[in-house]
Design a protein. Sequence first.
Length: 188
Amino acid sequence: MTSDGARGEPVIIDAVELTSDPDRWARFVASAHRILADLVAGGAALGWVAPPSFEEVSALLDDVVSAVRAGDASLRVAYVGHQPAGLGYWLRYARPTHRPHADLEKLAVDADAHGRGIGRALTAGLIADARRAGIEVLTLDARGDNANALRLYRTLGFSEYGRLPAFVAVGERRFDKVFYMLDLRSER
């Protein structure tokens, strides 16, 4: 890790570096579980209604790393000091006609690290990885009340291409599901 991480600036690493040391990987999985479970417990829209179990997060990350090794995904992790402070990944669409496209599946930043540019740095790294992988269109969906995330995506060039009103139910509350895309074809 660079000296920036020691000074408190986020350091973004990829799955290859992360998995090169089994002990580091195991520590990361435990930290990722804590980050995701804490965010979901606080109401974050990350695909779970209740905080995920350690086993769910571990299996998910193992699947993502397998896809990375096959050239069908990217995983980026932000470290501040020696602690993971956020993670994000995209997965290539599996259908043959959709293979040039990928979906940004998760972007999660530890609540204690919000406002430090970690989400922007992670997303920028994932976009760069998508370009290198030949992805033509990177898509994502977000809950409509996640104004900070939606603003971040717009500033990075994503545009809204659809919305399902009141689609996401959390207890009695309803939220829009918003679809965003980044067309990378014009940058070739």
